[in-house]
Design a protein around this ligand. Sequence first.
Ligand SMILES: Nc1nc2c(c(=O)[nH]1)N[C@H]1C(S)=C(S)[C@@H](COP(=O)(O)OP(=O)(O)OC[C@H]3O[C@@H](n4cnc5c(N)ncnc54)[C@H](O)[C@@H]3O)O[C@H]1N2
Ligand code: MOO
Length: 424
Amino acid sequence: MTNALSDIASCLAGYDPDSMPVPLAQDFIARLLPRPAQRESVGLRESLGRVLAEDLVCGINVPAHDNSAMDGYALRGSELQTGEPTRLALAGTSLAGSAAAIEIATGQCQRIMTGAVMPAGLDTVVPQEFVELDGDTIVIPAGAVQPGANRRLAGEDLARGQVALPAGRRLTPADLGLIASLGRAEVPVWRRLRVAIMATGDELRPVGEPLPPGCVYDSNRHTMWAMLQRLGVCEVIDLGVIPDDPAALREAFRRAAAETDVVLSSGGVSVGEADHTKAVMAELGEVLFWKIAMRPGRPLAVGRLGDALLFGMPGNPVAVMVSFYAFVRDALLAMSGAMPAPLPLLRAATTAPLRKKPGRTEYQRGIVSRRAADGAWQVEITGSQGSGVLSSMSLANGLLVLGHEQGDLPAGSLVDVVPFEGLI
Ligand SMILES: Nc1nc2c(c(=O)[nH]1)N[C@H]1C(S)=C(S)[C@@H](COP(=O)(O)OP(=O)(O)OC[C@H]3O[C@@H](n4cnc5c(N)ncnc54)[C@H](O)[C@@H]3O)O[C@H]1N2
Ligand code: MOO
């Protein structure tokens, strides 16, 4: 039996739906999240960006055998002379890919290529450019190589039985290579989350249609779709634009909750007369409405409809993006089974003074760059910070995060910036 949202809220010290600090809202949401339940096996390439459902244990050593790191000559390190050249007779050649057992006698060495198996008993490789050939003898100048150099040991990258990648890992290009190096063609991952998106509002028109007076094109569904694509762990179900009509909203929310794990809507969560979204959510499910102490992104609805989690995000186009990164991103990753991955932060110096009201978290759009004089990070605000102004968001390459208690800042202050690279 899951706890009612109001019970969870009553456990939080300082809970205030009319002025919720960002960390408290994040903490509340973290308590609601179901763990992933269904796993599937996907082909290696399909696993990029997906969440590993179990620890991936190495079935083999990588590399599988001791091998050479250089093209050169393999020898016994104990036979290297100190203070004078070493002379060794050439026995034969080892090429990569050959597993032939080779015996090399004392006083001999073996020509060897990068990646070739080290002959038994040899532990050192001298690169070919360091030696001189004297007929079938190689001459290694004193000090050209240390015993044990240029040899890669079996299992030095990954040892059989070791956990190569832990459950919860979101797989990267290097991880795909790692999994391939273990010879695995199939990867166990958690099922993608199904996420419904919808934009609500009578004034919204889909792109590609004429724009009647008083209307705006719906941009939020496209930013929501794009942010979800970038996250890489969701299957997006687009329910389109829903008018401010209770019957249509009811139908859309019912359908979304029945078919998906998470429902994201934009608009209709403020106090306007056509803001029916709130009423419909409350009628169908269990929903809390908050005014978050932040800017932009002040109104937010968080709730449950059946088994689906609901985020009613504000309609203003920048507010919906900031709400997504402040609250929805981490929730979706946790529900996908991913281990927590806080957004990377840069510390950058402001190029001009900043106005900031204490008592709320502010997310300001900026451009981070390296200062010519010393290469240190600096950040400049991208102009109007209105929560409907998408152009300053589009121009930005990062979001400044100014904490709850922070007041005005003089030029040159160090602030936290979330870089968009890889995120937006
Ligand atoms: N009296 C008050 N008014 C408002 C408050 C408040 O506390 N008291 N809060 C303001 C804040 S902050 C925000 S944010 C908005 C959020 O309101 P809603 O979530 O109800 O959003 P709407 O009213 O539906 O739309 C707001 C704005 O955004 C435009 N919009 C909506 N959806 C889209 C979309 N899909 N694509 C592009 N643009 C969209 C819409 O046309 C409005 O201009 O409320 C403030 N008001
Ligand atoms: O905070 Mo609203 O979310 O200003 O746009």
